[in-house]
Ligand binder design. Structure first.
Ligand code: NCD
Length: 339
């Protein structure tokens, strides 16, 4: 029941629904948005429907992307940023009362980001307790999941490979332990055959046991590496990644000051620089969900400006169409998941 109404976890998403239903819809929306008449048609699709976007953690892309996506389909939106400080959560209100208040506004969908790993699930349960439950879209919960980011990332790969989501290799770094984008992406990719993952991270930030168990259950091949070089040194072309998915040290998830300091130091070895990309497999995409930590970037500025396959902008663009397709699939009455 919960599965069908909400978007809460990449883990729950049916891979065939993605490739057969959602991805073609994203592609169609993207194409349709190229013309003025196409955009006008799209703006008529969900007129009068309301999205509440409630972001209780910082966001540039995800919040704006959901807001833009809703408006591109003619929806109305209420967008709260910085909700830990600007909403009654600041006054000590419970999460339950907060969600109940949002539900009383009569939305058709609630998009929520929150530092609690279980926030999306909890919001969905509160919604389900009402006579007319409203879909909850998880826009990032703690270090746990970020399902629409995984959807847009996998769509970007699907588009790049002309629809063939099998038999490729992806390197993922470098804060696997705390990154919800890496986790959700790995959960989703493990559902497709022949995808191999090379995790690259300081040992202290290797994948959590829950992710390792999940990959084992799905019989996904993965390797654990504590340097970029150990993956770059591979000579067999089949062993070299076709995709590199990189990310920021999730410093806000680290509790102790001394640990923050040690991890910042350790992370210096995990910056993707010119000397690395020149040894990438020819044409390998370099992906990043953004933001990049500008004071000490995990992808050097040279690489950001000069590597022709640095794909972060394409990901952001696809994010808008992915969220449009998610709203449309949900609010036009189709079931989100086939399982
Ligand atoms: C990420 C997030 O919030 O998890 N960004 C995003 O949503 N595009 C990554 C991050 O904060 O490092």
């Amino acid at each position: 029941m919960l599965k069908q109404r909400h978007i809460l976890q990449a883990k729950q998403i049916d891979p065939d629904w993605l490739t057969q239903s959602l991805f073609p819809k994203i592609r169609d929306f993207k194409l349709q948005s190229q013309t003025e008449s196409g955009r006008a048609e799209l703006r008529n699709r969900l007129v009068g429907r309301k999205a509440i976007i409630f972001m209780a953690e910082p966001s540039t892309r995800t919040g704006n992307s959901f807001d833009t996506a809703a408006k591109n389909l003619g929806m109305e939106t209420t967008y709260t940023q910085n909700a830990l400080f600007s909403s009654s959560l600041r006054k000590g209100e419970s999460f339950k009362h907060t969600i109940q208040a949002l539900l009383c506004m009569g939305p058709d969908v609630i998009v929520i980001r929150h530092p609690d790993n279980e926030a999306g699930q909890k919001a969905a349960l509160i919604s389900e307790s009402k006579p007319n439950p409203v879909p909850i879209f998880d826009a990032g919960s703690g270090s746990y999941e970020h399902p629409t980011q995984a959807m847009l990332d996998v769509f970007t790969i699907w588009e790049h490979r002309s629809g063939d989501l099998q038999n490729f290799r992806i390197a993922m770094g470098a804060d696997i332990l705390n990154s919800r984008t890496c986790r959700s992406l790995a959960y989703l990719l493990a559902k497709y055959p022949g995808i191999k993952i090379d995790f690259i991270a300081p040992k202290a930030l290797w994948p959590p046991a829950s992710l390792v168990e999940y990959l084992d259950e799905h019989k996904t091949t993965y390797t654990l590496n504590d340097s970029i070089e150990s993956v770059l040194n591979r000579t067999d072309n089949a062993e070299r990644p076709d995709y590199w998915y990189w990310g920021r040290l999730q410093i806000e998830r680290v509790k102790w000051l001394i640990r923050k300091f040690l991890l910042r130091m350790a992370y210096r070895r995990f910056c993707i620089e010119r000397q690395h990309v020149i040894r990438f497999k020819e044409g390998a995409l370099l992906m990043h969900p953004l933001p990049i930590f500008a004071p000490r970037p995990e992808i050097s500025e040279w690489v950001q400006d000069n590597y022709p396959y640095f794909y972060a902008e394409a990901q952001m663009t696809n994010g808008v169409y992915t969220r449009m397709a998610a709203f449309d699939s949900r609010l036009s009455g189709n079931s989100l998941y086939l399982t």
